[in-house]
Write a protein that binds this ligand. Structure first.
Ligand code: AMP
Length: 292
């Protein structure tokens, strides 16, 4: 079993062999620096498919020039070892030229769910994600693909992309994995100094507190304003957004319960120094706390 696959040809060769044996395949796209959140995605993939491919690719398209592409943690050797030990069957580590050859000029834009919040703060980010996910799906042709709810808008963008373009794949969503203080695990948490980590761990509590107030019937705009103040008082340097959105179509939600019966998600982006963190919770339900 070729482990890892370092070229598109090697990936496709292995997947073709599995297909010949009528084995189903699930893909877990990542940018590496694997943590327990990624490993939960692998577990979910394994529960739904015979073979699991984990891709590790730090996608340059989803980083703005001033962002951390050059410094993003790259731990390929460890990633391959821990993905394998968690039961992945193949780690796809494509060279950049297999993803974006000379003259590459195609970019996928998803409007609607792909607009606002992350797109406002990080122009080009969700387009970069949609483009790389489309490529990975066509390269691997998996039966299922797994994404984390931590990056909730990204998950909705991928759902829209798959539905609109008729990708023959099932999307599996994995609840956010948190540390024992509630902090959503993220490769970027590595950037946090000890004192910043203490602040970062207050994000989830603030989201849950604001979510409970909204669920209890308080005025949404007032709670959002209160939530921003609470985050700043908690030590975050800035709040990019704190927003209540329909969990399915991502429209702004101004009151609960929604007539359509959808869930709502409360989403936040904050900064501590140079580090940007995002998180979200379901509103109107007990928060699903999953500890690593
Ligand atoms: P990344 O490597 O950060 O691009 O993330 C790869 C996948 O892992 C995405 O689908 C993320 O949403 C997911 N993911 C990252 N952190 C977590 C977490 N703490 N819990 C669940 N999924 C996560």
């Amino acid at each position: 079993m070729g482990f890892p696959a370092r070229s598109l040809a090697a990936l496709q060769q292995q997947v073709a062999l599995w297909r010949g044996e009528s084995l189903s395949v699930a893909l877990v796209p990542t940018m590496g620096a694997l943590h327990e959140g990624h490993l939960a995605l692998i577990d979910l993939a394994r529960a739904h498919a015979d073979r699991v491919v984990v891709s590790v690719f730090v996608n340059p398209l989803q980083f703005a020039p001033e962002e951390d592409f050059d410094h993003y943690p790259r731990t390929e050797g460890t990633d391959i070892a821990i993905a394998e030990s968690r039961g992945a069957h193949l780690v796809f580590v494509p060279p950049e030229e297999d993803m974006y050859g000379i003259g590459f000029a195609t970019h996928i834009e998803v409007s609607g769910v792909g607009e606002g919040l992350e797109s406002d703060e990080r122009p080009g980010f969700l387009s970069g994600v949609a483009t790389v996910v489309a490529k990975l799906l066509l390269q691997c042709l998996p039966d299922a693909v797994v994404f984390g709810e931590k990056d909730y808008q990204q998950l909705l963008v991928v759902r829209r992309l798959v539905q609109d373009m008729n990708f023959p794949v099932r999307i599996l969503a994995c609840p956010t994995v948190r540390d024992r203080h509630g902090l959503a695990l993220s490769s970027r948490n590595e950037y946090l100094a000890e004192a910043q980590l203490v602040v970062a761990r207050r994000l989830y509590g603030a989201l849950c507190a604001a979510g409970s107030r909204i669920a209890a019937g308080e005025e949404v705009t007032e709670v959002l304003a209160w939530g921003v103040t609470r985050l700043l008082e908690a030590g975050f340097d800035s709040v990019g957004y704190l927003a209540l959105r329909d969990a399915v179509d991502f429209r702004e939600v101004t009151r609960l319960p929604m007539a359509c019966g959808h869930e709502a998600r409360l989403l936040a982006a904050v900064r501590i120094g140079d580090v940007r963190l995002i998180d979200n919770v379901v509103v109107g339900k007990q928060a699903r706390l999953k500890i690593s």
